[in-house]
Design a protein around this ligand. Structure first.
Ligand code: UDP
Length: 336
């Protein structure tokens, strides 16, 4: 049994009560609903062992974050930015940031290559999702999301929704970058919940938190320039923005779909399933033990950022959509 050394929920709740000074960003509480986030010119790597001051980096990171978050917002991903305040700052929703961050990978690089002994640059067949525990003392280790759930760091609904949002972000941003001649290799996202428990994309999406390569030459344009001393860091960051500026891009607004899958509980009679069982047997499908049928209730959410619909759908599933004595249900998220 794994025991975490501290109570993470206490740590998260404290963050919204007081101001927070990070390695490259500060968060100042404005009121119960909102914070000002200031992006600094400091750049760090290796848990802060390597650092430098790059004049203009804060603005470049915010320019890219703002640009991408506005596109994601229009595409239906709930995100935290309320408005741009200055070159280096935004007003954002006051969120309790979850202690688990999510990384999406399209191409092998970084810790993924080191961990599994893979060659950097290999394409992954489908995007790969990983979770990391936000804990400086432990050096932000990889964490199995089931362990994070078991230890109440995140709920299973938050995990599933984070994955759904993150994969949608990956689709949208990869498409935009491709248009501008770049590859989105991997990126890290952080999510948080507002006071009603609604999940929002928080933090940033910049060259500090993603890997971006030129599509032809595979030249690195992101923070790996700093990590590995590969050349002018700011020039790489600026080049990402310059290339994107040349292309208008808007993603389709998609609906979030919540599917409630209802099936009979184990041991409960299911005559419709028995009929299909016999039919399949007659068609020569061998070795079937039991067939269960159920129903799917598909719910399109119009605006996932307005209220805590997850809890309401869960309550409805328990109270009216299912008969808890004989039925069980699971919830799946997707975009249409
Ligand atoms: N990343 C990040 N913050 C972190 C760790 C990683 O923004 O604390 C980003 C990183 O820039 C890369 C992706 O997440 O785009 C995957 O990073 P990886 O796990 O490969 O770690 P690294 O090689 O940076 O140690």
């Amino acid at each position: 049994m794994v025991h975490f050394k501290r109570d993470f929920h206490i740590v998260i709740l404290k963050m919204i009560e007081k101001n927070y000074k990070g390695k490259v960003k500060d968060v100042h509480l404005i009121d119960e609903e909102s914070v000002r986030i200031v992006f600094h010119d400091q750049i760090t790597a290796g848990d802060g062992d390597k650092k430098d001051l790059l004049k203009g980096k804060g603005k470049l990171n915010l320019d890219l974050t703002y640009k991408l978050f506005m596109i994601l917002d229009k595409a239906g991903i709930p995100q935290h930015i309320l408005k741009r305040d200055s070159d280096n700052s935004i007003i954002a929703k006051n969120l309790s940031i979850l202690p688990v961050e999510i990384v999406v990978r399209n191409i092998v690089a970084g810790s993924f290559a080191r961990r599994y002994g893979l060659t950097e640059g290999e394409n992954l067949k489908t995007p790969y999702v990983e979770f990391f525990l936000k804990d400086d003392k432990l050096h932000d280790p990889l964490i199995d999301s089931n362990i994070a759930i078991k230890h109440n760091l995140i709920t299973s609904r938050q995990r599933d929704l984070m994955v759904t949002y993150a994969l949608q972000v990956n689709k949208i941003v990869s498409e935009y970058f491709k248009l501008a001649g770049m590859l989105l290799v991997d990126f890290k996202l952080e999510f948080g919940v507002d006071k009603n428990g609604v999940l929002f994309l928080g933090d940033e999406l910049s060259a500090d938190s993603m890997r971006v390569w030129d599509i032809e030459t595979r030249e690195k344009l992101d923070k790996d320039r700093f990590r590995k001393d590969l050349g002018d860091v700011l020039q790489g960051y600026k080049s990402i923005l310059d290339r994107l500026e040349k292309h208008d891009f808007e993603a389709d607004r998609l609906n979030l779909i919540v599917k409630v899958l209802i099936t009979p509980k184990k041991g409960v009679n299911n005559p419709a399933g028995d009929v299909i069982h016999r039919t399949l047997n007659n068609l020569g499908v061998p070795s079937i033990k039991k067939v269960n049928t159920g129903k799917i209730i598909s719910i399109l959410i119009d605006n996932p950022s307005t209220f805590d619909w997850i809890e309401k759908i869960d309550n409805a599933a328990i109270q009216i959509l299912t008969n808890p004595l004989i039925e069980q249900y699971e919830i799946k998220f997707s975009f249409d």
